[in-house]
Design a protein around this ligand. Structure first.
Ligand SMILES: [Zn+2]
Length: 271
């Protein structure tokens, strides 16, 4: 039954519908407004968004990307977040089926989507996500130790989670302190430190070297590209949170394969 395509469509739509709620979080959390009340409204004219227009992705397309009342343009980010979360949910389901691991990682990935889009726009990572994420991630490891990550490097217990929090937060703290000593500028924000601690809480300390390595690699490629293509006087900071999130997703989906490939590469070079 779980192999039928209808089930895949349903899982995608479930993720997209949650993505709709994530849009609300992305808009309201940095503005310190309640995420449950009032119901969604057009930011321009304030008219309530009717349930039929609130259907994930489709609602946006049917409206032609404009508010039904005042016709102001609605950001493409809304359907993009819904589609992204739908896809992530679908991939998690394909990898972990309907297991406890699926639900835990679904929560984790949804939090990463919110963090990414808030950090891109506001250059902050809300404590309400990172700090509560640390608590939730650790609690999960205590309540459901060794979730049995199919096809993954880790099945984490509470020790892995606890060491993950310290290793994740601690390593970035050292990097941030070193950067500040060398350049006399503040580079890494406290938000990144708490975010990596949260990743350690959910994924265990085993994930930390991988996430740091992959996010710095991708971050420097994107950073150098942006610096080369952008105007010289541009001082817009490039947030690091989205790269950390990308590294964590890579670890969730391909961590085991990539680490084995990387170690094998070293073996092949030596042998
Ligand atoms: Zn409007």
């Amino acid at each position: 039954m779980t192999d039928s395509w209808i089930f895949f469509v349903f899982v995608f739509l479930f993720g997209a519908a949650v993505g709709s709620f994530l849009n609300v979080c992305i808009y309201r959390l940095p503005r310190e407004r309640s995420i449950v009340f009032p119901p969604s409204a057009c930011p321009e004219c304030g008219s309530r968004i009717a349930p039929r227009d609130n259907i994930p992705i489709l609602g946006y397309l049917l409206l032609g990307g404009r508010c039904r009342s005042c016709k102001v343009r609605i950001s493409w980010q809304y359907p993009a977040v819904e589609a992204l979360n739908g896809l992530l949910t679908l991939f998690l389901f394909m990898k972990f089926q309907l297991s406890p691991t699926f639900f835990v990682l679904f929560l984790f990935c949804s939090a990463l989507v919110v963090v990414t889009f808030i950090d891109l726009e506001h250059q902050i990572i809300p404590d309400s996500i990172s700090l509560s994420g640390i608590v939730v991630g650790f609690a999960v490891s205590v309540l459901f130790p060794l979730l049995g990550w199919r096809d993954s490097l880790i099945g984490i217990g509470w020790r892995d989670s606890l060491i993950g929090i310290v290793a994740g937060g601690g390593s970035l703290l050292v990097v941030a302190y070193g950067y500040q000593l060398l350049t006399k500028k503040e580079g890494m924000g406290g938000g990144d430190i708490k975010l990596l601690a949260m990743m350690g809480a959910f994924l265990g300390w085993q994930s930390i070297p991988f996430i740091i390595f992959s996010s710095s690699l991708i971050g420097s490629v994107v950073g150098v590209t942006l610096i080369m293509t952008r105007k010289k006087d541009s001082q817009i900071p490039i947030p690091f949170g989205p790269f950390l999130a990308f590294g964590a997703l890579l670890f969730v989906f391909f961590g085991r394969q990539l680490i084995i490939w990387y170690l094998g590469l070293g073996g092949a070079l030596r042998g």
